[in-house]
Design a protein around this ligand. Structure first.
Ligand code: IDP
Ligand code: MG
Length: 139
């Protein structure tokens, strides 16, 4: 398993608000290398599968509706300690709790519409990257 990679999505609100360029600048400035990247849209089945771990949570329907309502930017990123460092860069799930300067503090509207996804473990980074990209799309 690759342990120096993470997976991210710039969520539909980031694309809708024109924040893709600014968020990519933050990712670049933090030293991540882009391994794979594309503009894509999740189907309802995709979102239910991707977020299956949350299927019993009260916000699951809202989360699936949000994540499927428009295009996202999906990407695999590489850096030493990628998973942990990217979670630090994006900040807490709820932007009200996110540290100053983090992507969610700057660009997230709420705990639901929170601008970006970041994998929470090396194992999930590999699973989530493979969900969106074939080996031929990784560089
Ligand atoms: P994470 O994205 O910081 O890892 P998780 O707890 O894994 O946070 O939740 C996945 C996603 O579900 C969040 O990024 C957010 O979009 C949504 N979410 C989490 N908690 C809530 C909530 O209390 N209300 C609405 N949406 C939520
Ligand atoms: Mg999570």
């Amino acid at each position: 398993m690759q342990t120096n990679r993470t997976f991210t999505m710039l969520k539909p609100d980031s694309v809708e608000k024109g924040h893709v360029g600014a968020i990519l600048e933050k990712i670049n400035a933090a030293g991540f290398r882009i391994v794979a990247m594309k503009l894509t849209q999740m189907t309802t089945a995709d979102a239910k599968a991707f977020y299956a771990i949350h299927k019993e949570r009260p916000f699951f329907g809202e989360l699936v509706a949000y994540m499927t309502r428009g295009p996202i930017v999906a990407a695999i990123l590489e850096k030493d300690n990628a998973v942990e460092d990217f979670r630090t860069l994006i900040g807490a799930t709820n932007p009200a709790d996110a540290a100053e300067g983090t992507i969610r503090k700057l660009y997230a509207a709420s705990i639901g519409e929170n601008a970006v996804h970041g994998s929470d473990s090396d194992e999930n980074a590999a699973i989530e990257g493979a969900f969106h990209f074939s080996g031929r799309e990784m560089f």
